[in-house]
Design a protein around this ligand. Structure first.
Ligand code: FA5
Length: 352
């Protein structure tokens, strides 16, 4: 047994010395000292020997194990050092190489439009305001000359909050930005030149409607404001935002809070105002060459009164446009379905 132990030691020592890589060394270690290794196997056999032999052979076997372990450690260190020297000689860190950039996002198409609208109006003195997007019925409807249970309210397809009522009625998710009109008038600072951009909510969804969208609401109140001011401001905006070749038109309409009232259309960017889509079918977006982008009109005297403003002294105009539809109609943005704006599909969003 002593000879066998010596023979294992010799073979193991040679194998350790001949190891060229750290992997070779690991293999040698497993082969002799691993759980099923040769030396481990011998140590296990010792238990069946008589006590005397067990003692002397046991101490020899343990000495051999200790020596092999020390040898393995030394050779492992040496191999590691060699490897590091090798890396230092052959591989270089190029500190001048540019780092890897993290993926960079950009503003959503709607946010870009909001910023552009704000900027265009600021050039003619309209200041952006912010009013609640969950507001009282009073500001969203009643102060706008829409008494309780008036059928005109149905057009707004409103979401009501499950919350206690107050003197100002129920709470609603604002179905339009017109709730800002009376809130702004209540400040009592003239002239009023407000551009209120906010989220609106309605129970609607199809090619041109989404349940959450944005509007920008303009309000101009001063002495001697007339319809020509309204027309001039809308023309200015349309030319700045859409470009000089696009046309707008005002169609007589009815809103409870303006008199007279209009709907504003812009010539369609998708069919270029022809009303025809591919294959001579009707344009999917506008169907008739024009797309309605918003409403406008001269502020109704009852609304001025609700905001504590004397209609004999002051007059004004107001308009409310949808941001999404306005963005859709911008030249070059040939989108034929408004819902795509909120699908979070990066393949689409990255394009703008
Ligand atoms: C109004 O909301 C009025 N408050 C506008 C107004 C303001 C009139 C001031 C007079 C004076 P209307 O419901 O038509 O009007 O909506 C205005 C615009 O919001 C629409 O033309 C459209 O561009 C946009 N809009 C309305 N509903 C949706 C919707 N569900 N999804 C996307 N855009 C919408």
């Amino acid at each position: 047994m002593t000879e066998k132990l010596e023979e294992i030691r010799k073979r193991a020592e040679i194998a350790i010395r001949e190891a060229k890589t750290l992997q070779d060394l690991d293999d040698v270690e497993i082969c002799y000292l691993g759980r099923k290794g040769e030396l481990t196997g011998m140590l296990r056999q010792l238990s069946s020997l008589p006590d005397e032999e067990k003692k002397s052979l046991g101490s020899k076997a343990n000495d051999i194990k200790g020596e092999l372990e020390r040898m393995l450690l030394a050779v492992r260190r040496q191999l590691l050092e060699n490897r590091l020297t090798e890396i230092g000689r052959t591989e270089r860190v190029d500190v001048t190489e540019p780092g890897r950039r993290p993926p960079e996002g950009h503003l959503h198409l709607v946010t870009q439009a909001i910023r552009e609208v704000t900027e265009i109006f600021s050039r003619i003195g309209f200041v952006r305001t912010r009013y609640p997007e969950v507001d009282w019925d009073w500001y969203a409807f009643e102060s706008l000359n829409m008494p309780k249970d008036h059928p005109a309210r149905d057009e707004w397809e409103t979401f009501f909050m499950d919350a206690p009522e107050s003197k100002k009625g129920k709470m609603v998710l604002t179905p339009h930005t017109s709730n800002a009109q009376v809130r702004e008038l209540e400040r009592g600072q003239f002239p009023v030149r407000m551009i209120n951009i906010a989220k609106c909510y309605r129970r609607q969804i199809d090619v041109t409607h989404v349940p959450m969208f944005h509007q920008f609401e303009g309000l101009y109140v001063d002495t001697h404001v007339s319809i020509t001011h309204l027309r001039g401001v809308l023309d200015y905006f349309a030319k700045e935002f859409f470009g000089p070749d696009r046309a707008i038109r005002l169609r007589p309409f009815h809103f409870r809070f303006t008199e007279p009232s209009f709907e504003i259309d812009v010539s369609c960017a998708v069919c270029k105002g022809t009303g025809e889509g591919p294959d001579r079918q009707k344009c999917r977006v506008c169907k008739r060459g024009w797309l309605e982008l918003g409403g406008a009109g001269m502020v109704h005297p009852n609304v001025l009164k609700a905001g504590n403003v004397d209609p004999k002294k002051y007059s004004g105009f107001a308009f409310g446009w949808g941001v999404e539809r306005t963005a859709l109609m911008k030249s070059g943005t040939k989108l034929d379905d408004i819902r795509v704006l909120y699908k979070n599909d990066l393949r689409f969003l990255k394009q703008f």
